[in-house]
Design a protein around this ligand. Structure first.
Ligand SMILES: Nc1ncnc2c1ncn2[C@@H]1O[C@H](COP(=O)(O)OP(=O)(O)OP(=O)(O)O)[C@@H](O)[C@H]1O
Ligand SMILES: [Mg+2]
Length: 309
């Protein structure tokens, strides 16, 4: 289908220097302040617990806003459809603005709920055999109108070489949707965005292979994952921010005039990690940015995850 679509190291010595029977003069002032590893761990756990409690409280407030907001949006849609009576141009314009703001608020709440569910471990992956081409073309279909409105071309061509494999389709769609949303937002009018998927050999996921030559041969003939990429003709992302863009609430200083909370990519990162995959960004040789993620054909079991990365 082609549509117009992140250790603190406390040495043994420092620990001994801070022991109670050491004389004051033998203790360098800085070392006396160094907390023990046990204290650090306890503080870390306390902070983490506090963070999770705060996240849960905010998530439950966000959740309580969802229903009344959906009702309000429903009434705005009804009024805007003119089923309850004809509107003046000005009324139509005001309701159009209310509709857009209501949808934006709905999306912010949904993003925040996903973020807190992922952060507190409340979102579980559900893998079922599926065709990733179907997921990708569905996301393109959903986004094509928005791209057209913004004067951007979106291209996607299903790749018949991709096999059916166990995937969590709604979460793959969510990741791609977040990437397309950014491409749509940050690419200037007249630009082009490509969504592409291809079979990929992920070395670290391959069983220990005897030699480089063998690995190369397998590279050609035994892909073990799918690589999905979204590239655009936008401004690109300076290389020094290539890791930080995936942090919670991070936005480039140059993006301040655009809407957003800086959560889309951190949600995408958590979802991809939940699928035992990885996600990264690079600058496209033709300008613009290229976001890619890998999803293994075989989702790893929790026990195998540690060895795989
Ligand atoms: N395709 C892109 N081109 C240029 N910059 C990008 C692109 N995608 C992301 N960025 C930069 O990375 C930042 C983080 O992206 P992210 O999707 O996490 O947040 P956001 O889009 O600003 O807000 P949200 O996704 O929560 O609505 C963006 O604010 C922008 O600065
Ligand atoms: Mg975004």
């Amino acid at each position: 289908m082609a549509t117009a679509q992140k250790n603190t190291c406390v040495s043994e010595e420092a620990g001994t220097a801070a022991a109670p029977n050491a004389t004051a003069s033998s203790v360098p002032p800085a070392a006396a302040d160094v907390p023990s590893p046990e204290n650090l761990l306890q503080e870390y756990n306390e902070l983490r617990e506090r963070f999770q409690r705060t996240t849960n409280a905010l998530a439950s407030a966000a959740h309580d806003l969802k229903t009344p907001l959906a009702i309000l949006n429903g009434y705005v849609d009804l009024l805007h459809s003119e089923k309850l009576g004809a509107l003046t141009d000005r009324q139509r314009e005001v309701l159009g603005d209310m509709q857009a703001s209501g949808k934006r608020l709905e999306r912010f709440i949904q993003d925040f709920l996903s973020f807190s569910a992922l952060e507190t471990g409340g979102l579980r992956m559900q893998f079922a055999p599926g065709n990733i081409n179907d997921c990708l073309s569905e996301v393109c279909r959903l986004w094509s109108g928005r791209f057209q409105e913004r004067g951007l071309a979106l291209y996607f061509l299903a790749n018949e070489k991709l096999p059916i494999f166990p995937l969590d389709a709604p979460k793959v769609e969510r990741v791609v949707s977040n990437l397309l949303e950014n491409a749509c937002k940050f690419t200037p009018k007249g630009g082009t965005v490509w969504l592409h998927a291809e079979p990929h050999m992920w070395d670290r996921r391959a069983a220990a292979l005897p030699s480089a030559a063998e690995r190369r041969r397998q590279n050609l003939s035994h892909p073990n994952s799918v690589k999905v990429s979204v590239s655009d003709t936008g401004p690109g992302i300076p290389p020094e921010f290539h890791v930080e863009v995936f942090d919670d609430f991070f936005r480039l200083p140059t993006s301040e005039d655009q809407e957003g909370m800086g959560l889309g990519l951190s949600i995408a990162r958590r979802l991809v990690h939940g699928m035992a995959g990885k996600i990264w960004v690079e600058n496209d040789p033709g300008g613009g940015s290229k976001f890619s993620f890998l999803v293994p054909y075989k989702p790893l079991t929790a026990a195998a995850k540690g060895k795989g990365r």
